[in-house]
Design a protein around this ligand. Structure first.
Ligand code: HSE
Length: 315
């Protein structure tokens, strides 16, 4: 019987331009790690948070890792006492799916500890329950963090998830300015009504984006990354954000927008070379606005959650 499992779940770029709450992409190299161990004490206990999560609650009813672990045990119909140790590689409120990564790593590790009674797909529900507590009920971070790659959430109730193909060589830049933007605040900035003409434009963008993924037509993809609804409503919450998006296009990116609820931005590029130039241009634009920013480059086609053989060192 396994006594302890460690899992890593990657950062994700939700929305990907026009796909508000329905499209998300896994990226590689950054994410959260959770170690789940059997305990003789019943219930789910979060005993430590290391890394970039200093302000997170240890209260298991408020932390997405603990909630997702508990929902996974419930979904499996099991009874198991566990302790969780969470290592945050992702900053809170950064727009990179930090709460989702914690939930996904915890759910996946818990399921392994139980002997894998559930499929990865079955973990989307438990992880979404966890997201709902802190960031609203949406699966565009948890689904790609679990499944990897580019994912369309056709419906959350009932769950209907579609994996989308990713054009060859497509590269993602994420740029994170040094500020926090809570998802709840970014969602509160959204319009409650939109004009029919705006809805038509938004629908056309999503349809074009999905079509471009299947055909590999990067010129079409480039035309479909602009979002007429959510990005204009939120970009003012990010100092220097609009200039950074403009700088990405000037540097040759296919398109750029807000990553999830922000404040991180993302750009899609044809190559790593283009991604490097884009990252430089975007971080400079933030710096001009007085906001230091860091960038990360990843292939667009990345795996989701995975088991790690070793837990990270506490820091
Ligand atoms: N789709 C969500 C939003 C993602 O944009 O609010 C938040 O992580």
């Amino acid at each position: 019987m396994i006594s302890s499992v460690t899992a890593f779940a990657p950062a994700t770029v939700a929305n990907l331009g026009p796909g508000f709450d329905v499209i998300g992409l896994a990226i590689d190299g950054i994410g959260d790690t959770v170690t789940v161990s059997r305990s003789t004490t019943p219930g789910v206990h979060l005993t430590a948070i290391h890394g970039d999560g200093g302000l997170l609650p240890l209260d298991p009813t408020l932390n997405t890792a603990a909630i997702a672990a508990s929902e996974t045990i419930k979904a499996a119909g099991a009874a198991l006492g566990i302790t969780l140790k969470l290592h945050k590689g992702l900053a809170l409120c950064s727009g990179l799916g930090s709460s989702a990564a914690s939930a996904v790593a915890a759910a996946y590790a818990t399921n392994l500890l139980l002997g894998s009674p559930l499929r990865k797909h079955d973990l989307i529900g438990p992880c979404m329950e966890a997201e709902a507590v802190v960031a609203g009920r949406h699966a565009d971070n948890v689904a790609p963090a679990l499944l990897g790659g580019l994912v369309l959430i056709r419906s959350t109730n009932p769950l209907d998830i579609v994996r989308l193909p990713i054009p060859e060589g497509l590269t993602v830049v994420v740029v994170r300015p040094e500020m926090a933007l809570p998802t709840k605040k970014a969602r509160a900035a959204l319009p409650t009504h939109i004009e029919l003409s705006t809805m038509v434009a938004a629908t056309a963008q999503i349809a074009g984006l999905v079509s471009a993924c299947y055909s590999g037509d990067l010129s079409l993809l480039s035309r479909c990354l602009a979002d007429p609804v959510v990005t204009p409503a939120r970009i003012g919450l990010i100092p220097g954000g609009q200039n950074a998006l403009d700088a990405a296009l000037d540097a040759g990116a296919l398109g750029a927008s807000i990553s999830g609820a922000g404040p991180s931005l993302f750009a899609l590029c044809r190559s790593v070379r283009s991604a490097k130039a884009t990252a430089q241009a975007m971080t400079s634009a933030f710096l001009d606005a007085g906001l230091p920013a860091t960038s990360h480059i990843s292939p667009a086609n990345c795996p989701g959650v995975r088991r790690l053989r070793q837990a990270p060192k506490a820091s």
